[in-house]
Ligand binder design. Sequence first.
Ligand SMILES: Nc1ncnc2c1ncn2[C@@H]1O[C@H](COP(=O)(O)OP(=O)(O)OP(=O)(O)O)[C@@H](O)[C@H]1O
Ligand SMILES: [Mg+2]
Length: 371
Amino acid sequence: VPPVIGIVGGGQLARMLLAPAARLALPVVLLADPEDAAAPFCRDLIAGRPDAGGLRRLAEACDVLTVEHELVDLDTLAALEREGHVVRPSSATLGIAVDKARQRQVLGDHGIPLAPWALTDDPDRIAAFAGEHGWPLVLKPPRGGYDGRGVFVADDLAASRAVLAEVGGEVLVEPRLPIDVELSVLVARRPGGETAVYPAVETCQVDGMCREVLLPARVDADLEAEAEEVARRVAETIGSVGILAVELFVVDGRVLLNELAARPHNAGHVTIEGTVTSQFENHLRAVADLPLGDTAIRHPAVMVNVVGGDHDPLDHLPGALALRDVAVHLYGKSYRPGRKLGHVTATGDDLEEALRRAQGAAAALVEGSPT
Ligand SMILES: Nc1ncnc2c1ncn2[C@@H]1O[C@H](COP(=O)(O)OP(=O)(O)OP(=O)(O)O)[C@@H](O)[C@H]1O
Ligand SMILES: [Mg+2]
């Protein structure tokens, strides 16, 4: 009998987890706000927040707890583990994945390639770092960033002081890297260590937010193998269970770790149409300790996010559905500028052509006409 999977969170990632859960008849209970994107599609909903009370109620209602976002009370998750509840990924893995500085501390010791970095709230230390590596620097609060919120470029010490004042604590300091391309590698891992690595995808960010994803990445085979090997080692080192997304920078032909997410990830939406088994299905399989699915490419594919503009994309759905060979995914969220409201995926052997098709479909949803 498969375990009841308790998912903390009800956003689009939970919503996309529900589709393969339904197909495999895996029982799911959500801890979410009834207004959340996934809530209308899950009968077993615990209305609440991911605080101590909410997590305890979810733990009582399921056999294995997992998360779709990182803003979770980790102390309570750790207490639940000590009481015998099953948490996948573990609170220890999540504690590393939610903190960009801890990722570097833990993984640097295990030979994962990193750019130079420092963790400090001292302007003198930042000045010394700039003396060594040059301006501009990139400053980030180690926790809580998403969609590029929490990535500050500082051109000089005055700008760095302003960032420190705004953040009100330590920041992760890095050089602004001359990035050739950004890659993400998704790793699915079971409790016993069985691991399935997805082919590296190429990600393009706009204003720090993931906007386009290409499967496969347009990099040579050696670099792709290096990226996948680094990601596999990261997953083993931090003992991840479920999907782990490893974001990488390519600088001077070598990969460097950017950051981790211990959950399904925007870079993996393209796996729904592009690979044999989607990241969502493999996340469920992994946390339920079921055999993992094949991660091989079924169709080369390109995903483009639908980011809120002046109109509700739902108004433009007929126009987007009239386009051939594009899969439309809308998250049912209220629209506002800059918010991720959905994504589209185009498949095809010619990746550049698929990219144009996906961009056209996203534009049709956002603006009402393909550009
Ligand atoms: N040191 C750096 N040098 C150059 N660009 C960087 C650097 N750090 C981050 N960036 C850019 O900013 C983007 C977002 O950074 P990061 O992944 O750390 O932030 P985030 O807000 O946590 O992201 P996410 O959108 O993945 O949740 C990166 O994908 C990259 O494009
Ligand atoms: Mg990122």
